[in-house]
Ligand binder design. Structure first.
Ligand SMILES: [Ca+2]
Ligand SMILES: [Ca+2]
Length: 170
């Protein structure tokens, strides 16, 4: 008997099942966190507020596994869309100190895992505006790697419940 089967059998005997987080309707579960991929597009500040209104946080990505899950989900949701125009806000930003990337604002939760596209973060939008907020970007060769872009652009966004490290401020 494998460990898993043994565990299942013991769980059955005890009348319990493995403890798992329960996500609200239309949220997706991954590693005991819940994620909501927005249909609407908002600027980074309004996206942050929208997640907070849902008692969640704009997503923080702490591992390659979480990053891959998010990318695969976006690809799945946009199978029939042109990825050139698909971007999803994360909570990463360097609004407070240029070049110091943190999850949330204000926050001391520094970005450790990162998946920047080659040449990013470059802090220059095509119209020369500064770029302080991070998006998973479908544009060109990006394939949902990370780009810093101006925070006032309207993009989709991902809310996350169960983030243990992020600070909820304000
Ligand atoms: Ca996370
Ligand atoms: Ca950039």
């Amino acid at each position: 008997m494998t460990t898993t089967r043994l565990f299942t059998w013991i769980s059955f005997l005890l009348g319990v099942t493995a403890i798992a987080i329960e996500c609200p309707d239309s949220w997706i579960t991954f590693h005991d966190h819940c994620y909501l991929f927005s249909v609407d597009k908002l600027n980074w500040f309004h996206a942050t507020k929208s997640c907070k209104d849902k008692e969640a946080l704009l997503v923080a990505i702490e591992s390659a596994a979480e990053d891959t899950f998010l990318k695969q989900s976006i690809v799945h949701f946009h199978l029939h869309d042109n990825p050139q125009f698909v971007g999803y806000w994360t909570s990463a930003n360097d609004l407070e100190v240029e070049g110091r990337w943190v999850w949330g604002y204000p926050s001391d939760n520094q970005v450790t895992y990162a998946d920047w596209h080659a040449g990013e973060p470059n802090n220059v939008w095509f119209d020369k505006r500064a770029e302080d907020c991070v998006v998973l970007w479908g544009h060109s060769t990006y394939n949902y790697t990370w780009n810093d872009q101006p925070c006032d652009i309207a993009e989709h966004y991902i809310c996350e419940i169960g983030e243990p490290h992020a600070e909820v401020v304000g």
